[in-house]
Write a new protein. Sequence first.
Length: 172
Amino acid sequence: MNGRMNHSSALVLPSLFCALFPFASSLQGCGQGCTEIGCIDQLDILIQAADGSERSYDATLLIDGEEITCPAPELDSTGACTDARVSVALWELTDCEETRTKDSVSQSCTPNGKYMQWLTIEDTPEEVHVVLSSADFPTVESTFTPKYSSSRPNGKHCPPQCHQATETWTVD
């Protein structure tokens, strides 16, 4: 070789750089760029009566030593708690059916008469103690130690990285 790069060498070197340095995958010319999908760190606690009946509880949470209260939510709405990181909701669950034709896909959902209360914490607490109370139902309590999974919605080497967990609680 005479010290000059031929055309095939010029194509191989960028590919070699991208292969040797995985962090470079988001750089232009390295194949995969990053998208800009957002995500948040989050813990969801899903609460359902054993019989699926509609129950709306006042909730007191102890999150890593801090007490937060949430009033019982109205059906089909999201309510605020005493800490902006926490919200509470009560929804009727639905059963959905997908229909496919040659040219389209559609989905129809109908309420199924079962209900679930959600507590959403936009954070990754190590431990959460929850007390549910209502004038109509017995007071119940439970402690959760979530196991978070990580996700990168924009690609393996792209930010952000989020940590999320879901705990399910059936009450009698």
